[in-house]
Design a protein around this ligand. Sequence first.
Ligand code: FES
Length: 213
Amino acid sequence: MKKPFDQNAPYQPATFAFKDMAVVAEIISRYPEGRQQSAVMPLLDLAQRQVGEEGAAATPPFGGWIPRAAMDEISNILSMPKVKVYEVATFYSMYNLAPVGKFLVQVCSTSPCWLCGSDKIKQACEKHLGIHTGETTKDGLFTVVEVECLGACVNAPMAQINDDFYEDLTAERTTEILKALASGKQVPIGPQNGRTNSMALGGPTTLKDRVKA
Ligand code: FES
């Protein structure tokens, strides 16, 4: 679980402003006349990414999240009640409503991932980072949370780190990925055991013949 929405928490900034209102206007223009409030979701995402960009350069760093002031600004821009913006933001787990680490590690623990060893992935994160699930490292780099199915069950066990999926994980590979990210190295995303997408490890087993021209 990520931290719940606490609009009076001390970490809430007093104000928020989008840095590029042209981007905001372009997002709103995607919706037909009278339906501009539908832009609430992409604007929440835009706010979260803007905060994440600022956090990546901060000391200590932090990841993308949506302050209450950003939700209030979106409510002003879209002329919708604040509570309606809060309702959307609190419903979807992709929105972080409290500060998170620069790398948000979401370990899937639903049945297919659990049967394939997600407990070991979670333990590897906790052991290597010295935190419990739901916590953030003191250096601000990592937050580890447990989440429900992320839709990559065929490559279980897996975790999502920021926008990327890391699949076919082992405890050892998970630790290697965390070390690489902490040192600023690029890590290949997707399956970590050498297979292509969800293909069998030994290569294709069906549809092996090429279509004759
Ligand atoms: S159960 Fe983990 S991705 Fe579906």
